[in-house]
Design a binder for this molecule. Structure first.
Ligand SMILES: Cc1cc2nc3c(=O)[nH]c(=O)nc-3n(C[C@H](O)[C@H](O)[C@H](O)COP(=O)(O)O)c2cc1C
Length: 188
């Protein structure tokens, strides 16, 4: 099959699927949550995590005020919740109340942790730098929450227990097939 080779970059959606997460923050008595697909682990020591976020997001305002945020990993059954959180602004509403999102107590920050999350990170903001129309915010992970039964002894997500939420771009979501898992030793 021929490949298209072009300088017409467009939205460069070819890099999907990505895991969709819910970013949370709290400041001046307001909680908010937004869906994010542009995020990444950065460093083990110290443990750093980054998100590309635009300054228009109300969550971003709460992150800059509190200098803290949460990253919540949710299962694929929660795709409609991710679409609702990612299609509404916390400026006008309390999404936690409106969407009936249950919270759990954070350990080291004020960022709300979602009960629906099979894992979550509490982060303290250490850096933020604009790149084009997004801001790359970097947080140090100061606490980790995870469902013990969702992970194997070697900290690998057990797809028999949890199907992670994948985002394909546009308004399409997917998940993983547990039968596709294979152990492949690195190296040649
Ligand atoms: C699947 C999905 C992925 C998204 N990824 C990002 C992202 O990585 N960065 C971003 O700034 N916005 C992203 N958004 C958009 C925000 O989630 C959306 O604008 C949200 O309404 C912001 O809410 P807030 O204003 O309450 O913070 C995404 C939305 C969806 C549905």
């Amino acid at each position: 099959m021929p490949k298209i080779v072009t300088e017409a970059i467009g939205k460069f959606s070819q890099h999907y699927p990505k895991v969709a997460v819910i970013v949370t923050a709290s400041a001046r008595g307001r909680d908010d949550a937004m869906t994010a697909a542009w995020h990444s682990s950065i460093s083990f020591k110290p443990p750093l995590y980054g998100i590309a976020i635009t300054s228009k997001r109300f969550t971003y305002q709460l992150i800059t005020e509190s200098r803290e945020f949460g990253i919540n990993f949710i299962p694929s059954e929660k795709a409609s919740l991710a679409a609702a959180i990612g299609g509404t602004s916390g400026q006008q509403m309390d999404k936690f109340e409106r969407l009936n999102i249950q919270k759990e107590k954070p350990l080291k920050t004020t960022a709300p942790i979602m009960k629906d999350a099979y894992a979550a990170y509490e982060c303290k903001l250490v850096d933020s730098k604009p790149y084009g129309d997004h801001i790359w915010i970097v947080g140090e992970i100061v606490a980790v929450h995870f469902l013990e039964e969702a992970f194997t002894a070697t900290e690998v997500l057990d797809l028999n227990k949890i199907k992670p939420l994948l985002y394909l771009g546009s308004d399409f979501y997917a998940s993983t097939d547990k039968n596709s898992v294979s152990f492949v030793k690195r190296g040649i």
